[in-house]
Design a binder for this molecule. Sequence first.
Ligand code: C5P
Length: 211
Amino acid sequence: MLALDVLDEKNALKIAEETCEYIDSIKIGYPLVLGTDLKIIEKIKNLTGKEVICDFKVADIPSTNEKIAELTLNYADGIICQGFVGKDSVSAILNIARKKNKKVIVVTEMSHPGATEYLKNVANDMADMAKNLKVDGIVAPSTRVERLKELKKIVGDLFIISPGVGAQGGDLKEVLNVLDENDYVIIGRAIYESENPKESAKNYKMQISTF
Ligand code: C5P
């Protein structure tokens, strides 16, 4: 899953087009949507034929979450929300997504060092909640493989999307040892900031498919 956190349309579409034969899915977030607008999703989908997941880490009260999900899922194939706001807030998003046949992915533990201060302590409970609500997937860190393993065990057949390989220092092979074929490795800067994004995506794809 390519994390396309560039800021302008021209660059985003160029990288998406160059790399799309080597990726399965595209994740965009505030950087690109605030730098352009939600219609960028349609443009990426038309150009690449890939699904686009919006990483808005939505974290509000149920009624506000509902509005954000409604607008986002008019375009995107899935939305990422925070689990720490509780099951009523996550359910509000899930209700909208189910009506539109779209995916909901819940953040459990984030991949950056700061996530060990607070999130890590409640991540297992959030994974449990995600499983009970029957969302589609969770976000879990490639930067802490032991935690990735534990979270995967909790969510069972929910898929995992896992950021942290590349720029954040996660080791691809260690991560692939934990994930299975329904899961996704998220890679951003190591592709879009490389001198040749196409080659970088191709290289990651080769390592993943020959693992
Ligand atoms: O550039 P890099 O490969 O580090 O990109 C990782 C992507 O995953 C970014 O879009 C970041 O916002 C996102 N992300 C993360 N950790 C999480 C959830 C999302 O790094 N727990």
